[in-house]
Design a protein around this ligand. Structure first.
Ligand SMILES: [Cu+2]
Length: 115
């Protein structure tokens, strides 16, 4: 932990869900994969803690007027800037960083637990 990131997590970015699945690697799309929805609201990730499995999708939606991101602490993955109403998705990989924040509001923090 804390070292340089040598591999990027699978990052989809702020694109429509349909497009996300077109570009997602097939191996990561298990049939029983779940989509975990995180609302970004009132300058907080809701929920701020997730329990996920490899192959699941985490989907952040910004409900604030202010732009936000969900960005891994060591920048291994990133939704990119999400304006109000935008959605960003990341596919869970075994080696992805577990802790993330918003680059515009670093007090906004989230944590991912991979089961
Ligand atoms: Cu923010």
């Amino acid at each position: 932990m804390g070292g340089l990131v040598t591999r990027r997590g699978t990052m989809i970015g702020a694109v429509a869900s349909a497009a996300a699945f077109i570009f997602a690697p097939k191996s990561a799309l298990a049939k029983d994969a779940k989509v975990h929805v995180v609302r970004i609201k009132s300058f907080a990730f809701q929920p701020s803690r997730l329990r996920v499995r490899v192959g699941d999708v985490i989907r952040w939606t910004n409900e604030d007027l202010a732009p936000h991101t969900a960005t891994a602490n060591e920048f291994g993955w990133d939704t990119g800037e999400l304006a109000r109403g935008d959605t960003g998705e990341v596919i869970v990989t075994a080696d992805m960083e577990r802790e993330y924040f918003c680059v515009f509001h670093p007090h906004m923090k989230g944590r991912i637990k991979i089961l």
